[in-house]
Ligand binder design. Structure first.
Ligand code: PEP
Length: 249
């Protein structure tokens, strides 16, 4: 059975005291589902969050990293640095990184390789823009994003890959893909993987949905057979809402 995963992307929110408060609230929540739970604080709060959540099942993950091992890359953080504080999972390819920091397929390929070289797990994000969907081009765009950044990998690398389909038009907009739209794209993503690597592998890779998942819609989205969890932005900043989503499985 595929892993169910719910990951909270805190983005550039919460200074240290706010992070401590949110962690305190998270520790009060009760998990009733079998989902793996992760939270991604900003870099400055990663160490503290990881120490504070060490005794809980909640994994602390990074929102980004650089592909180089080290060197003259002012303002950047490497895989080795993340690992040295115990962070072993990283989100790569988020649409905000693609849109505001020009992360293209070439850069993302390098980042994926660097993460895997350091035995990190990758949550690889991709998704079409509204214009692509209106032009009925969404499947092609997603197929290109996946194949360009991931299809050089060996089958065994997929043990460390989680996919996150995030239609750009649904991120932070309050607009969400309908459960049927999510299911249809997730099934397409699985077929795309199966065509390259075979059905057995495709059936083992967890595919998360991201885009305005909230306590009131999580249950219906997660009930779809190819939706294995969620990447949650806004709703992950309130512990009660986040755990309502975690428990929607
Ligand atoms: C995200 O940033 O990955 C995301 C899904 O955000 P939101 O839940 O706020 O749409």
């Amino acid at each position: 059975m595929r892993k169910h995963i719910v990951a909270g992307n805190w983005k550039m929110n919460n200074d240290l005291p706010e992070t401590q408060d949110l962690i305190t609230s998270l520790k009060r929540q009760k998990q009733t589902s079998n989902a793996e739970v992760m939270v991604a604080p900003t870099f400055t709060n990663l160490w503290h969050a990881n120490e504070s959540l060490r005794t809980t099942p909640i994994e602390v993950i990074a929102q980004n990293m650089h592909f180089a091992k080290n060197g003259a890359y002012t303002g950047e953080v490497s895989a080795a640095m993340l690992k040295s504080i115990g962070v072993t999972t990283v989100i790569l390819g988020h649409s905000e990184r693609r849109a505001y920091f020009n992360e293209d397929d070439t850069i993302l390929t390098q980042k994926v390789n660097a993460a895997l070289d350091h035995e990190m797990r990758v949550i690889f994000c991709f998704g079409e823009e509204l214009a692509d969907r209106k032009a009925n081009n969404h499947e092609y765009v997603v197929q290109q994003q996946i194949s360009n950044a991931l299809f050089h990998l060996s089958a065994s690398a997929y043990k460390h890959i989680v996919l996150a389909y995030e239609p750009v038009w649904a991120i932070g907009t309050g607009e969400t893909a309908t459960p049927d739209q999510a299911q249809s794209m997730h099934a397409f993503i699985r077929q795309t993987l199966a065509a390259k690597y075979g059905e057995d592998l495709a059936n083992k890779v967890s595919i998360l949905y991201g885009g305005s998942v909230k306590p009131n819609n999580a249950n219906e989205i997660f009930s779809k057979p190819d939706v294995d969890g969620g990447l949650i932005g806004g709703a992950s900043l309130k512990a009660e809402d986040f755990f309502a989503i975690v428990n929607a499985f």
